[in-house]
Each structure stands twice: as structure tokens, then as C-alpha cells.
Design a protein around this ligand. Sequence first.
Ligand code: ATP
Ligand code: MG
Length: 334
Amino acid sequence: MIKRILTGDRPTGPLHLGHYVGSLQNRIRLQKEYDTYLLIADIQALTDNFEHPEKLEANVFEVALDYLAVGLDPEKVKIVVQSMVPELTELTIYFMNLVTVATLERNPTLKEEIKQKNFTKGLPVGFYTYPISQASDITIFKAHLVPVGEDQLPMIEQAREIVRRFNRTYDKVLIEPKALVGQVARLPGTDGGAKMGKSLGNCIYLGDSPDVVRKRVMSMYTDPTRLHPTDPGHVEGNPVFTYHDVFNPDKAEIEDLKERYRKGTVGDVEVKEKLFKALNVFLEPIRERRAHFASKPGHVREIIVEGTRKGRAVAQETMGEVRTAMKISYKLQG
Ligand code: ATP
Ligand code: MG
């Protein structure tokens, strides 16, 4: 049996460099080996954007464009829109019985995100329970592998717990998924924050034009203790060098820059100029493919509709098994 991958992204904006190294790279590499489902998680995006539902539709399209732009092949992967698979919502409700409030309270990512989002009108139950909904996303597709960034590990752990509990309580229907973290577990933001994130305004997007990339790189946070280019600087924990390490293939250039930075014989501008160049080389082919697909919106919509149709068929099959296992597959019509 060919194994499955399920992973996804919230349509809260286009995808960024963190997505690439955290998850997309693994998806591209594994798309030939695994039956791959990519969920555009619009219901999850609503949990903290419910007052701005108008953001979703355009971003569903943007995220799909990014998938195609990085080389995910629509002949191989299925792009699935979460709200168009209502079975996911049903499974979430059943899973809610298998999770305690205390478990959610302990979830470190959830705690961090709740703090960050600063819900002034109170914490919505929908947001609080998104790990349960995410467990449905993963398990309804019977995924074996989930390529994600490090921030999502507690969510995969939560899904594994639910699967064990479901299989023990009802019947062995669901598969315990494994997380696969990317080359960079958590890419920092351009503001020096621990994570580049769509909702944090500290991103370089995969579709950004050279001008925009240049501006974002030039305004990047570096070493706050270094006031002049002649001051010895810190390389560790400096996001400009983290990005160099990840995206600049010229290792000798990086070593030279690091050495001079530590000694205080290179300015931020030169380090950033070289980073901009490297990023641009990396982003150019992505940008080109993105423009190509963006010029055929009808074709992209067909890809999404077809992916969702195939995804829903899998979800319906799993739900048949789930209802039978839970003894709620009633035969009321004789
Ligand atoms: P939002 O701020 O709206 O939550 P996001 O940038 O965190 O957006 P998601 O759609 O929540 O993006 O995450 C999609 C996937 O990308 C997840 O697997 C997540 O772990 C991964 N990812 C997101 N940001 C990073 C990052 N900075 N480094 C590594 N992986 C990341
Ligand atoms: Mg996120």
C-alpha cells in the first residue's frame, strides 16, 4: 500500500521562506513516493480571523499558487480546501469527546499562540480547540507522515493521542501519524522574532518581487549590540546569518562574511546585499512559475476543485469506517 502524506497551510496570506524550509521542501522531495494531500485550512484560519472572512478566498488561491510555484506537481498532489470537506467537521465533533480540557491547556504551541494573538474579546472556543480539528485533518486522510515546522509538533502529538484513544475505545480504524520536520525547524522572522509567520508581519514571501525582497532584507534586524560597522558583531542568533546559512549556496562567501563581521571589518549593508543576491537567485524560478500559473486562474481553480474532489472521496470512505466503529452507522431504513 502506498503511504500517505497530509499537511497544510492556513490561507491567512501567501507562503514565505519559513514554509519552504520548514515543510514545502519535504513535500516536493516526497511527492513521488507518497500519495500527498495538501490541505488549505480555511476553517482553521477562521478560528482567529472570523471577523475577516473576506481574507480567505483570495488567500486560498494564493496558497495554491505557491504550491504550484515551488514545484508541487498537480498530477501527483491533491490540493484540498478544508471547508469543502464537511466530513472533517463531523470527525472533529466525535474527537472532542476523546480530549480533555487539561490536555489542551498544556499544549505549548497553543499557549504561545493565544498569548501572541491577544484575543481582547475573550478566547474563542474554536481557536482553543483547533488542535482537535487539526487531528481530524490528519487522520481522516489516514496520513502516515506530516511534514511540518517545529511549531506544529505538539499538534501531531495531540493527533497521535487521539488516534490511540479512538482505536482503543472503538476499533482499529485510524493511523498514528509521524511528524517530519524540515531542514530548518523554525525559521526566524526578519524582525529577529523566533518564527517567521504570516500573521506576524515579519516575512519574505515566495512571490515577493526583487524590489520588495531587497527592502525587506535591508530593513532586517541584525545584531542589536553592534552600533557601528567597526564594532565586533555576533553571528550566532543573527537572522541575517541564519538566512545566509540556509539560502546562500556559496559557503566560502558566508565564512568570509562571518569572520569579518566578528572582527568588525564588514558593514551590515554588504552582508545584506549578498543575502539579497542569494535570495533572489533562489526565488527567481519560483517567481517565474508563480507568474505562469497566476496568468491561468481558471486552470488553477480546476486543480483545486479536482484535488478537493479526490480528497473528499478519501474522507467519506474513512468516515464510513469511523461511524461503523462507533456504532452510529444506524440502519433505520429497514
Ligand atoms: P499564521 O501566522 O497565520 O499561523 P504561518 O506562517 O504560521 O501562518 P501556517 O499556515 O500556520 O503558517 O503553517 C503552515 C506550515 O508551515 C506548518 O507546518 C508550519 O509549521 C510551517 N511553518 C510556518 N512558519 C514556519 C517557520 N518560520 N519555520 C518553519 N516552518 C514554518
Ligand atoms: Mg501558524
